[in-house]
Write a protein that binds this ligand. Structure first.
Ligand code: COA
Length: 390
């Protein structure tokens, strides 16, 4: 960042010219990563070198989680061992269940999952081995237990007993089982699994960067993930998938969509689920998730949300040149899967734990404290007056 000394008009005092501030860190290359690559001009996203649309089509979320955490796709035996570990760690302790039971039922599920993950960090199991192996174990521990915490809280909110995880179900099947006590047909489970793959990782987004800042202080992985969840909650980031569905519910019918949108744009208000800091010509994950949404709409016999979405997209792209992001199709997709709106961002957490953990490990392997500087625009140095003279 260039600062230059200039002479004042009187030529007496040297002052510092305005530094090159990149508000929002726009365009700043903060570090290197081997976890994922976003190529906006090609509308492409890769995890460890594999295109996400190919991973979504050919792999399960468990394979994608393994890939993000270790750098390679698993062999059959590696996947079996990984699944065994994840499935064995799904359940949470009675103490943990008791903590979740105490949460106010009015709290947002993002606040409860943030607190439940933080609590997990206080009940660390004694794993041996090198620090990196321990962190990998902690990452798998969170991957396994986060869905259980979300589902437990979801059940208690409705005054229902919790449903314990089943080790013979896949990651996605088990989540439906713990929430609803049954597993839906294969196409619904597959759409959910694909959504998890799409949400798993996205380079230096706000929550991942938060996690890396925390990791850079040499703090623990639970603290990094707790902080990342706090960042993800915001409606400009992960919270957008909930805001999209609230918007669609407010519009309610396709006949109201155009007027609603034009009114909103006239007031210069944001339309949720559109725009992206990195993708300017469309989000690479949207076609994958839109296909899932189409399948779910056909399955449910409910095309209302797709019809509203098409009207919004047509105007936003055609007239404003602002494209939908992943949250735009995933919001109504989760709705059609039967989840309440306030569970959408916690589901994002259940997936993004893989990307956050991969970045935590990467930051630790080549760490430097992240500590930018600021341009001060406050009061000049001044003297403290005694209380009687203020
Ligand atoms: N609705 C309406 N206008 C939008 C918009 C949206 N969703 N997203 C961007 N714009 C407008 C901005 O207001 C701005 O207009 P201006 O030049 O007249 O001020 C212009 O498009 C450029 O946007 P910019 O502010 O440079 O985008 P950004 O990189 O700062 O912000 C987001 C990116 C994601 C924060 C922003 O698009 C947004 O808030 N989207 C809605 C929330 C959302 O869906 N978040 C999920 C992201 S994955």
């Amino acid at each position: 960042m260039a600062t230059e000394k200039k002479k004042s008009r009187k030529g007496k005092k040297a002052v510092t010219a305005a530094p090159d501030i990149r508000k929002g860190l726009v365009g700043v290359v903060a570090d290197e990563t081997a976890v994922s690559l976003v190529v906006p001009e090609e509308r492409m996203l890769t995890y460890r070198g594999y295109a996400v649309h190919e991973l979504a089509a050919k792999c399960s979320f468990e394979e994608v989680a393994y890939l993000l955490l270790t750098g390679e796709l698993p062999t059959r035996s590696q996947l079996a061992a990984f699944k065994r570990k994840e499935r064995a760690r799904r359940d949470i302790t009675r103490g943990h269940v008791g903590v979740i039971k105490q949460f106010p039922k009015t709290a947002h599920p993002m606040d409860t999952i943030r607190t439940a993950v933080s609590y997990l960090g206080t009940t660390e199991e004694a794993w041996g081995g090198e620090p990196e192996a321990k962190d990998m174990d902690r990452a798998i521990n969170m991957l396994a237990k986060i869905p259980t915490m979300i589902a437990t809280d979801f059940r208690f909110r409705q005054g229902k007993p919790r449903i314990r995880p089943k080790p013979d179900l896949s990651f996605s099947e088990n989540f439906f089982h713990m929430c609803f006590g049954k597993v839906p047909p294969e196409e619904v489970v597959r759409a959910f699994d694909i959504s998890l793959t799409c949400y798993a990782e996205h380079s230096f987004n706000a929550s991942t960067f938060t996690g890396r800042v925390i990791a850079s202080t040499r703090s623990d992985i639970y603290s990094a993930v707790t902080g990342a969840i706090g960042a993800l909650k915001g409606p400009l980031h992960g919270g957008a998938n909930e805001a999209v569905m609230q918007m669609l519910e407010e519009i309610n019918t396709p006949g109201r969509a155009e007027r609603w949108l034009r009114n909103r744009l006239a007031k210069k208000q944001l339309v949720m689920g559109f725009g992206h800091r990195v993708y300017r010509w469309g989000d690479s994950r949207v076609p994958i998730m839109s296909a899932c949404l189409q399948g779910l709409s056909d399955y449910a016999g409910d095309d209302n949300w797709i019809r509203i979405s098409e009207i919004l997209e047509g105007i936003m792209v055609g007239e404003k040149n602002i494209y939908p992001n992943l949250d735009f199709p995933s919001g109504p997709a989760y709705y059609l899967m039967g989840f309440p709106i306030n569970l959408y961002t916690p589901i994002f957490v259940a997936s993004r734990i893989t990307g956050w953990a991969a970045h935590y490990l990467e930051q630790n392997a080549n760490n430097m404290l992240i500590r930018p500087i600021t341009a001060y625009n406050g009061k000049k140095v001044r003297r403290v007056k005694p209380m009687s003279k203020r």
